[in-house]
Design a protein around this ligand. Sequence first.
Ligand code: FES
Ligand code: FES
Length: 152
Amino acid sequence: MRIELQINGEAHEADVWEGESLLFALREQLGFPGSKNACEQGECGSCSVLLDGTLVCSCLVLAAQAEGHEVVTVEGLADDGRLHKVQEAFVAAGAVQCGFCTPGLVVAAADLLKRNVYPSDDDIREALSGNLCRCTGYAKIFDAVRMAAAAL
Ligand code: FES
Ligand code: FES
């Protein structure tokens, strides 16, 4: 089936099969490989995107469900070639090791800071609770979110 959707503010279309995930369509058909596939079962958050402004695991959303909707991926957070504050903070804080979890964490953190510019540590913990990182131990990730919040 053919779907049309907005991705990062631009119109896109793709031919997808009925069971195809939005994650697969984004990465393999639509040219947005930023969202990562680490578990493909909604456990890790590495595939997180915004669907009509709501944080979702794109591995759990059918591509067909995105027909006519608006998707924002990690590639869409930069503005006019400038990294998003969260992206800058992840680099500055050294919150990236293998990087597999990073796109999902960045999208989730950006979503948090859009709703809450003064997040407490508990707010950050809750917002990132669906995102698993096997490398960093989370301390630098928290530092990055605090840094991004302070920079807003
Ligand atoms: S790949 Fe989607 S939650 Fe892990
Ligand atoms: S940096 Fe490797 S999983 Fe998070």
